[in-house]
Design a binder for this molecule. Structure first.
Ligand SMILES: Nc1ncnc2c1ncn2[C@@H]1O[C@H](COP(=O)(O)OP(=O)(O)OP(=O)(O)O)[C@@H](O)[C@H]1O
Ligand SMILES: [Mg+2]
Ligand SMILES: [Zn+2]
Length: 405
């Protein structure tokens, strides 16, 4: 009797079905590999240096923030924002952490904020209390910023605090109140480390969210260290801001080949842990196949995991009994007729490297590319390999390129 998804390899389910931090936990993934990026984040956090980490999409930034906050938790006051969808989520987390709701979920600074809001006759709050709705002219969803349940015109601070927490949209008035609150609390929050993944709505909002980002970072910076991770596309927008461009930016390092292999081993093992499958099962990919998968993924974990999944699903559908070898993986990744010249060259180079080839003639490579459905002249291929892939060339009766280091 066997109700495994892929009994030959003892797998309960496909271990590569999630390639995004947000979905990992619900897909049963909870063990992460320690990478250089995680160490780097911790180092900056410990030394109190604010910095922007710029890394590829899917390179493991959210995982790194999560892991770094776990690692630093015992030594530092940490507030991390992992893979937030919107800026509104970030502001809500700030409120949630420091203020919270009256009663059981009360944050450490609930009373301070209560006193501060009561003492201070802010125009914002007065406007909000009077009309019972957000009075910010450029708030995009003013109707949703309504304060509920208050008897007409009579808004207590408690009610206000409860409501501001419930407003989920990106309300500028709410943000301003929270920024002022951070400013007021800064003496008490001193030493905090804020780990922030740039929210998903950053790019969509263009110039508007650039300003939100500036204000958020400035507000957090007053009471601690701010470490931000972003993609290079996001950083292009960030760099246009004078105040944000002042922070140093460093590369978010990709995991090593060894790290990726470990991710593969841990995922496969995690999906096997089951009393009935304790016996020694083979791993689903041969070493050569694994090297190839790492190479075509260019070291990006999301690419790697996604490709592993594609190959494994194909094996499972075909009821393959043995681990996938190099040629299976190449064909499973479906580099058919639709492949671009660049992808074809990348996959060809990866195949050659997996076979540990070093010097390869242009002629042979032209032929290999033809098999992938891409026609290119020797001259053009040579030029591209030299200029874009920076491969070394030598003449040995014919021109040859060094494809492996
Ligand atoms: N250190 C790691 N150990 C194990 N798995 C990892 C590690 N880093 C990343 N991964 C896996 O790679 C996938 C992508 O990672 P993650 O979502 O953190 O990337 P990201 O850089 O935040 O992407 P995006 O730019 O889209 O926000 C996840 O499914 C995650 O499980
Ligand atoms: Mg992320
Ligand atoms: Zn509003």
């Amino acid at each position: 009797m066997n109700d495994l998804w892929y009994p030959e390899f003892g797998l309960r389910e496909n271990p590569f079905s999630s390639y995004e931090f947000t979905y990992d936990t619900s897909s049963g993934i909870n063990c992460y590999v320690k990478t250089l990026a995680i160490d780097r984040i911790c180092t900056y956090a410990r030394s109190g240096s604010s910095v922007f980490f710029v890394g590829a999409k899917g390179s493991g930034k959210s995982v790194a923030i999560h892991m770094a906050s776990v690692e630093l938790y015992s030594q530092k006051l940490i507030l991390s924002f992992v893979a937030p969808k919107t800026f509104a989520d970030v502001y809500n987390s700030i409120w949630d952490e420091f203020v919270g709701l009256e009663g059981q979920d009360q944050g450490e600074h609930y009373d301070d904020v209560n006193t501060y809001l009561s003492d201070r006759h802010s125009d914002d709050i007065a406007a909000w209390s009077g009309k019972k709705r957000c009075a910010y002219f450029d708030c995009r969803k003013r109707d949703k910023c309504r304060i509920l349940n208050g008897k007409s015109g009579n808004i207590t601070i408690n009610l206000f605090m409860e409501n501001i927490f419930r407003i989920q949209n990106n309300c500028p008035m709410k943000r301003r109140i929270i920024e002022e609150m951070l400013e007021d609390l800064r003496g008490k929050l001193k030493g905090y480390v804020y780990l922030l993944d740039v929210p998903d709505d950053f790019i969509d909002g263009g110039k508007y969210t650039k300003i939100v980002m500036e204000r958020l970072v400035a507000a957090l910076q007053k009471s601690g260290t701010v470490i931000v991770t972003c993609t290079s596309e996001q950083y292009k927008v960030i760099a246009k801001s004078e105040s944000l461009a002042r922070y140093p930016n460093v590369d978010f390092p990709l995991p090593t080949k060894e790290n990726l292999k470990q991710m593969y081993v841990e995922r496969v093992s995690a999906f096997r842990k089951n009393e009935r499958t304790e016996e020694n099962h083979l791993f689903p990919f041969s070493n050569q196949a694994l090297e190839y998968l790492i190479d075509v993924s260019e070291g990006v974990p999301r690419e790697f995991i996604f490709k592993c999944g594609e190959v494994l699903v194909k094996m499972q559908r075909e009821d393959a009994l043995n681990p996938a070898d190099l040629s299976f993986v190449v064909s499973a990744l479906g580099f058919g007729t639709m492949i671009s010249e660049t992808d074809a060259i990348n996959s060809m180079l990866a195949e050659l490297r997996a076979k540990v080839r070093v010097w390869v003639k242009t002629k042979e490579m032209v032929k290999l590319l033809m098999q992938k459905g891409v026609t290119v002249t020797s001259k053009r291929l040579g030029r591209r390999l030299k200029n874009e892939w920076k491969l070394e060339r030598r003449y040995c009766s014919d021109s040859e390129y060094k494809v492996s280091p």
